[in-house]
Structure formats: C-alpha cells, structure tokens
Design a binder for this molecule. Structure first.
Ligand code: GLU
Length: 419
C-alpha cells in the first residue's frame, strides 16, 4: 500500500520497472530508488471576491534528497492530485540526474482552474500555498519553479511570501522569477529553446536539413509557443498548433510571431481565425517532420503511436507517451527518432539551476552566457544518450532514463544507508 495512485503514478512505476529490469537492479533496491522520500498535502483557504471562503487542495512531493535539494515546478490545474505530483517529482529526479544537476526531483501543485480566479484570488491562493509550504521547503531543501498554470508573477509572489516570513529577501527559494525580482535572463525561453536546440541535434544526427521541414506543436503555453517560435526562426514551417481552446492548421505554415502576439493579448489561440480547424487531439497524427507534444501527460497512447507520421518526436511535455505507446515506438525507432521528455524539456530546469546559482552568488550573467551554458549541458546529455543507445542498442527513452536512474542509484550506494 502507498499513498500514491492514479494513471500517471502507475505510468512512472511502469517506466521505472522497464529500466530497473534493463539495469538488473535487484528487487530490494527498487523501492528505495522509486518511492518518494516525503510528501505533504495542505488545504489552502482564500477569501473569494464574492465574500465566500473557498478551500483548495495543494501538494508537494520530494522524491529524493541524496544529491542536494529537491527541485521542480508547481502546477495549478484541475488534474492535480498526489499521484500525478508524485509521478512528476520522480521524473524530475531522472531529468536532473541525466543533465548532471546537484538536485533530487520534486513537484507541487494545487487542484484549481487558475483561469476561474481573479488576479487578487490567484495572488491570495499562491501566497497561502507558499505559506503552508514554509516548514517543508528552503533554498537548500526544496526549490520551486513554474509548471503548467503558473508563471513568473506567481513565482514572485512565492518568493515575496517566503521572504516576508524570513525577515529578509531570499530570492533563491524559487526559480523562474521575473528578472526584476532576482530571476535570470533566458529562463522564460529556456525550455522551448532547449526543445528546438535538441531538434536541431536530432536533425543533424539524421542528416536532415531543418530549413523547409514541417512541424506540429501541441500546446501553446510557455514551452510550446517558444519551441514553435525557435523552429520557425530556423526556417521550419510550423503547420499546426493547438491549445485547450482549439487547433490551427495551415499546410503552408503558420505565422508564429503573430500567433504569439495574439495569445499575449487574448490568453489563448481562440479567436485567431474563424476558419474551421482541426480538433486539438487530431493534430498529433498529421504528417510532419517534427512533432512536439508540449501539453499534458499521456496524450500518445498505443493506438496513436502506431499512426504517428513524424520523423522526430520531441517531447516538450512531461510524460506525453504511455508505456504501452513506448513499446510501439521502440519497434518504430528506425522511422521515428525520439527525444525523450527528461532530455527534451530539461532546458527549463537547467536554467533554473543557473538562476539558483546566480541568486546564491548575487552575481548575474549575460543572456548569451546563460544560453551558451544551457546548450553545452544539453549537448553533453544528448551525446551521452546517443552513445548509450548505440552501445546497448536500446530505445532513446531507455538510454536516457537508465543514465538518470544509474546516477541516483550510484549516489545512494556511495553514501550508504543511514544509520
Ligand atoms: N516545471 C519544469 C519541469 O517540469 C521546470 C522545473 C524547474 O525549473 O525546476 O521541468
């Protein structure tokens, strides 16, 4: 019996089991690696604008503390429950270890539809959540960041709330802050830029000239929109994008800068065009060179995996592909080059690490420096994954996860079991 359940948690367990089998990890070493170290659930009451009180459920899961503080985003979404947050925390651990960051994984969130709150209500909820988390987090214990449904402003409220309780400004408690409040240049763009950079690396690997190829991007939030823009700037025709309000499809290529302007004003893709377009789920099976799922978990299931018509699958989201779909993609690996989520979207946490380092040192870098170092970390991880997948003749996800799991396991073994 564990406190964690649900389809996303089951998925993290299944993925881990595949890797543990491949690495021949003995049964008695598995739970120590997989089960989260700590979890907290909190009730967050706020005054609504209409004078009533509403209570929202919040969570934070810290997966392992073996390599340093835990690190991970905070999600505001109606899907949030303890199982989903635990799975996302586990994935953060493999991701941080794969790219060589001195962190364990964490994730947190509130079960709420953020668009249903006024700005004042959102601020009250964000501050109350951080206040409830104070005994549990710290710059050397657990460092938060943005995820789905949260943004720089919310990170600034988190930092301010924590700092007010400490009696001094503690910028290093959270990353993804606005630059005006101790954030780093290049964090907002980091995840999307990283996705596009790794797509370039994959294209080189496959001897594809990226310019003139086509891409489909599911999700037009911080990750999807910046990835689409970067691909567009590399001469890729982004033929379809979608968000929770709908999908747009232009075989000749969409005007991504104009779409980003539209979303900045309207909050979503809705209203950009009154032409009838595809349903958002339909875009994943469009023929294209580069497919970027950058929305939620489990959108590529076994059925869809066998119909995908892309050459490069760049997982901007966390956990977009189910283990059943993986079995199919593994067989199709000569047709579809997978850039697995823990590598593909790791640019975000890599630059979060740079933000934390800059905050701790009170010494800030130029944006070029941030980008150069981000790409350096991603290149190293990409090459390690490629080398591993070639050496052992395994699927890219297996190679990436194995490197992450092995590093966590190695650290646990060297440190030993206390007491
Ligand atoms: N939420 C992001 C992720 O899933 C970023 C985490 C971070 O920057 O700490 O990787």
């Amino acid at each position: 019996m564990t406190a964690y359940s649900g389809p996303v948690f089951d998925m993290a367990v299944k993925q881990f089991d595949v890797i543990a089998d491949y690495l021949s990890i003995p049964d008695d070493a598995r739970a120590r690696l997989l089960m989260p170290k700590r979890a907290v659930a909190v009730s967050c009451p706020i005054h609504r604008d209409d004078g009533t009180t509403a209570v929202f459920q919040g969570y934070r899961v810290q997966h392992h503390l073996t390599l340093g503080p835990t690190k991970g985003g905070t999600r505001f979404a109606t899907s949030v429950d303890l199982g989903e947050i635990a799975a996302l925390a586990i994935w953060m651990s493999w991701k941080c270890a794969l790219v060589g960051l001195p962190y364990g994984g964490a994730k947190g969130g509130i079960n709420v539809e953020p668009l249903s709150l006024s700005r004042r209500e959102l601020e009250a909820l964000s501050r109350r959540y951080m206040q409830e988390m104070i005994p549990f987090v710290g710059p050397h214990t657990d460092v938060m960041a943005p995820d789905m449904g949260t943004n720089e402003q919310i990170m600034a409220w988190f930092m301010d709330t924590y700092s007010m309780y400490q009696g001094q400004t503690v910028t290093e408690i959270v990353t993804g802050k606005p630059v005006s409040a101790g954030g780093t240049l290049g964090r907002r763009e980091a995840t999307g830029r990283g996705v596009a950079h790794l797509v370039r690396r994959a294209a080189d690997e496959l001897n594809i000239r990226l310019s003139g190829t086509t891409a489909v991007v599911q999700g037009f939030g911080n990750v999807g929109s910046i990835a689409a823009l970067e691909l567009h700037n590399n001469g890729v025709k982004v033929i379809a994008v979608s968000d929770h309000t709908g999908a747009l499809y232009r075989p000749g290529g969409l005007n991504i800068p104009k779409l980003i302007e539209h979303v900045a004003v309207r909050g979503s893709l809705e209203g950009y065009s009154n032409e009838v377009d595809l349903d958002p789920a339909g875009i994943l099976s469009l023929p294209c060179d580069v497919l970027v799922p950058a929305a939620v978990e489990r959108v590529i299931d076994a059925k869809l995996a066998s119909t995908l018509r892309c050459r490069i699958l760049a997982e901007g989201a966390n956990g977009p592909t189910t283990p059943e779909a993986d079995q199919i993609l593994e067989k199709r690996r000569d047709e579809i080059f997978l850039i697995p989520d823990i590598l593909c979207n790791s640019g975000g946490v890599v630059v979060s690490y740079f933000e934390w380092v800059q905050d701790l040192q009170r010494f800030f870098w130029e944006e070029e420096e941030v980008m150069r170092r981000e790409y350096q970390v991603l290149d190293r991880a990409f090459e390690q994954v490629q080398a591993r997948s070639r050496k052992d003749n395994v699927f890219n996800r297996t190679a990436a996860m194995a490197i992450g799991v092995e590093r966590v396991r190695g650290a646990k073994e060297t440190r030993g079991l206390f007491p």
